[in-house]
Structures are given as C-alpha cells and as structure tokens.
Design a protein around this ligand. Sequence first.
Ligand code: SFD
Ligand code: AMP
Length: 628
Amino acid sequence: MANFQTKIVETDVLIVGGGMAATGAAVEAAYWAKKNGLKVTLVDKAAMDRSGAVAMGLSALNQYLGVGAGDNTVEDYVRYVRQDLMGITREDLVFDIARHVDGTVHLFEKWGLPIWKDEAGKYVHEGRWQVMINGESYKVLVAEAAKNALGTENIYERVFITEPIVENGKCVGAVGFSTRDEVFYVFKAKAVLVAAGGAVSVFRPRSVGEGLGRSWYPPFNSGSSAYMTIKAGAEMTCQEVRFIPVRFKDGYGPVGAWFLLFKAAATNAFGENYMATHADELKKYAPYGLGKPIPACLRNHLGMMDIFAGKGPLYMQTAEAIQKIAANAPDEKSAKKKLKELESEAWEDFLDMTISQAILWAAQNIEPEKVPSEIAPCEPYFIGSHSGASGAWVSGQEDLQTEATKKDYFWGYAYMTTVPGMFAAGDASGASSHKFSTGSFTEGRLAAKAACKYCVDNKAAPVVTDAVIEDFKKRTTAPMALFEQHQAYSNDPNINPNFIKPRDYMFRLQKLMDEYAGGVSSQFTTNEKLLDRGLHLLGMLKEDAAKLAAGDLNELMRCWENIHRTWQAESHIRTLQFRQETRWPGYYYRADKPGLDDANWKCFVNCKCDAKTGEWTMIKRPIHRIVE
Ligand code: SFD
Ligand code: AMP
C-alpha cells in the first residue's frame, strides 16, 4: 500500500527543470539572490548531469554571433530567425537573447568546454551561427556550474513536477513527487520559472517495437512545460509550429554538420538533388521562399515532394562530400590525411550527441566516406528552442519596445508569462526560435534575473492552505491508488477493465495525433474535418485520463507525462484548426488550406484555456518589426 509522506519546501524562486535554460537560470538567479537575500530552488525529474536534450552531449553551439569580432550583428540574427520561421517571430525576444548569447559562450569556454579553434585561434564555425565543440560532457559541465552556484541543498533531483499552484490568478509554486521514494512535494514560491523542455512522443514515432523510445529530441521531454503554463491559465503562442527535423534515418543523427561543415548534398534515390530540381516551388512561398537561407520547413518540403512522388528514400551524399573536400588537398599524401580527419570528425559528430546513430552505422556496415546514408523527416516535436516555435507567450524586455510593441509585447517583467509570477524559458517559451542550447541557457539567465526582481517587488509569502495541498496530493497519487484498488481483478497487471496503463494510453494518443493531426503516416497532412474528429476522440481520451493507473513510482511518472502530453496535443490541434493556411509546408500541410495567406494570417495565433471551465480561447496577436 503506497503511503506518501508530504514535504513542504518554501522558497523565493522555483526553477522547474534542470536542462539548459534551468542551469542558466540557476547560475544567474544565484547571483541576484545573494544580493537580495533570496532563496532559489531547482527541481529536475532526472539527474542534472545528464538530464534533458543535452544528456548525450552536443557537437556544436548553434547560436553564437561573434559580435565582438565584428562577424555579425544582433540585427542579422533577428533577420535570420524571421526568415526561417516564415515571418512569424517575436523580434524583441530574439534580439534580447542574441545580444547576450556570446557572453554565455565565453562563460562555457571559461568553465572548460572545448570549442574548436583554427590555427589563428578563432572558433571553427560549422555554419555562420554555429561553432564546433567536443561536447560529449557539455551537460555535465553546465550542471556543475549550476550546482556550484545554487548549492546542492537547493537542488531536488528525481522529483517530477506534476502541477502548478495558482492562487488568486498568481502562480505561487508547484507540486510533484519523488520518482525514488514515496514523497509528495509542495514547493511554495513567490516566482516559478518553467524550464521543463519541449514535448516528444505526442505523435506516433517512427521507432516502434524494439526501437521504441528512440527519437531525435529526448523522450524525457514530455510536455511538462506546456502543461504547467496552459494549466496555470497562461496564454500560449505558435502551438501549431511543431518541428520536423530531417535526420539520419532510425538513429536520428543530426544533419547540420553534414550540410554546413561538410557541404554535403541531399538527393532522392535517383541521385537528383531535390533542392535544385524543385527550386521553382520556392516561388510559391515568396518572400520567404526566395530569401536565404531557405527556411527549414521549405527545405523539408522540397525533400517531401520527392518522397510523396515515390522517389524515396532520400540520401545524404556523405561519401561525395568527404571525397570532394579531401580532393582539394595539394597532394595525395595530404588528401589521405584529410580523408582520415574528416572520417573521424563524421563519427565524432554522432558520438558527441547521438551515439545511437554511430551504433546504427556500425551495425549497418556504413562507412560514410564510401556510401551515402539514408535521411528522413522525423515525427513532429514541440520545441520552442530550435526551428519550431511553440511555447508560452512571454513579456519582452522594456528597453526593446517601441510605442507600437509596448502594448502587445510588454507587461512588466521580461519572460513572465501572462500569469503573474510564472516565467518561462528555453523550449517553454514560444515565438523566439533558434535559441538552441546557448540561447536557452541565455534566456534562462534573463528570465531568472527578472524573476528575482519580481520577488523583490512582491514580498508577500505565498499562502497555500492544507486543504489545497491535500487535494493536490490526492490527484497526484491517484493513479497508484486506482491500481491498488483494482489490481486483483485480473491476472495481467496491464489489462484491466477498471483502468488504463500509461503505455497503452500513450499509444492511443500517438495513434490519434498521427492519423488526425498530420503525423508521419499521414504524410504530415490534415484538414478541418480530420482535426474535428481528432479533437472529438481526444476529448474521449481525456475522460479516460482519470482512469490512468500506476503500479509503481516510475509508472506514476509515466501517467503524468501522458497527461502533460495530452494538453500539448489539444493546444496543437486547436491551433492547427484556427490558422486557415499552410504557412510551414514541410512541418504540416492543411490540405484544405494550401499556400500562404499573408493578408489574413501574418500574425501569431495564441490560445489559452480556462482551467476551471476547460474552455479554450483562440487569439490573433500582431507581428511587429523592430529590425528592418
Ligand atoms: O544538432 C522536468 N540541440 C542543439 N543545440 C545546440 O546548441 N547545438 C546542437 O548541436 C544541437 N543539436 C541537438 C540539440 C538537441 C538534441 C536532443 C540533439 C541535437 C540530439 C538543442 C538544445 O539541446 C536545446 O535547444 C536545449 O537543450 C533546450 O533547453 P531547455 O532547457 O528548454 O530543455 P532541456 O535542456 O531538454 O531541459 C529540460 C529539463 O526539464 C526537466 N524536466 N523536471 C521536473 N519536472 C518535470 N515534469 C520535468 N519535465 C522535464 C528535464 O529533466 C530537463 O532537465 S542539433 O540537432 O542542432
Ligand atoms: P540540425 O543538425 O539540422 O539541427 O542543424 C544544426 C544547425 O544548422 C541549425 O542551426 C540549423 O538551422 C542549421 N542548418 C542545418 N541544415 C541547414 C541547411 N541546409 N541550411 C542552412 N542551415 C542549416
């Protein structure tokens, strides 16, 4: 019989998550906390050293401007992001992160992160904005900095946050439970910074059966950020802008180094370069289709055209690219040396961040310098920090507002959601794409500074009554109680008419999203009728969420992960339905609304849910330019 003990922790700033944004927040908050006598607490569902998207490490820092060296300006970066997101971006947020991100990179280097340097001592770039690293231990390094800053006594690892505490419209904490011991946690806080990553496994993945759980983005990012913010009543933005990365097939190895560093071409099965053969298609999506670089969704779109035409599989021409670079060497001996070097860089790219891809190459006898390698568009992910844009709608920085932007983009504290006291950063905040690891850490810092200021200005201690706490505890642990009550009814712990286990619930959610909301098996295509039907079925699934059952603490976490995913799913379907165009072909297609409609839809689509009535409101918000 489960017997949860209750532990109450009182703090000023509560950081939910232990990933890139959260570690940045920890480092910055510790500084302002010391100055102002505040307490900062961080809670991670896993162990910070290897939690979140950077668990396996990374091979590049994807946002670095080199402003000091005169390489780029902050304005350049804003234009780049605007172009990549087909015109839909919060320029004030992108600007703010971009103007501070170089400082973060220099900090990482000071802490010991090995950044590649050329003979002149300059960073080696993968592309214009990306610098190469030996990043297998990247996460360990930033976690260490966060631990040193906060003190391990203020860090709770393996505690899964389930819900926000909202009293009188303000966020005053969060509740959760230990995934190791029967302890129910209540964190009372003056400010809560949500940095619990994006959402994976909302859609049916390509990996099934023995490969289940393999994905490009980490399976442990399960929509907690979206749930926390939506449930608190925060306005969300760009919930339709999922990210479909093209990746090496089945191992999900990233392609950036191949496209940018090795200048490889991708082709269809007949050796045709789809970026060249379908170049005319880009005109349909002017002005974005004709700008440079070609937006990620349109790059996907041109490849998908070949897949849909039956010309797959697609291939990254790795061998051709490597041989071409080596052939530029002045003589045969240095060409051979270069070839060896490139070969080892190719393997390291995966060993630094997607080890499974290296294992798959080995298993399939792939020598990248000799044969091409299959690539494919992945299942959709929700990730506000990469080339998607979903997340909470947050306030911008005051000094970046104009008369026009101030009424729409500013409400007092930077990176605060529309719920007072609740902040968001990294994947949790929307409309500021292309943050990546460095920008997420930077945004965490900026949000934490504002959260500390909020605590200084709002000194009243949060009041959470015992009755409220008991109610949260009952809800949090309900799946275990349900399992205990009914488990004797059948001889299979997973099959029982009285409950549904989280694994089966997840399959149902994924099937629904895949078939109705434009997943892999629907060729990323949907329409109003499919979305209507999907929403109807999702309503029924939500009813069954009350019957989720857990046999142990791990399953209890799985139950809550799926509740969190469900809310991400619902906000996605509703936003797909509301936007009457196909602005990001290659991410999704509204078959009944093909093409762009700038006149009506060059705007943000936001949404929010009234937690009491369950009623959703859809909102259009204007796009303001702050950079020409
Ligand atoms: O090649 C709860 N990313 C890349 N960024 C780069 O800068 N360079 C690269 O090389 C990158 N590439 C890449 C990347 C990611 C992945 C998975 C691969 C390759 C294979 C993107 C960045 O990693 C990403 O943008 C940031 O990490 C985003 O930061 P953040 O903080 O928003 O998310 P997180 O780091 O995943 O952390 C989430 C944390 O939340 C915790 N958590 N804690 C408590 N309660 C809950 N309910 C929780 N739910 C989640 C997690 O444990 C974690 O600590 S490439 O593709 O471009
Ligand atoms: P990825 O490995 O796809 O996550 O890419 C890493 C970085 O390179 C991101 O900043 C991408 O936007 C960028 N990138 C990847 N492929 C291309 C490409 N073909 N053209 C321009 N930028 C790219």
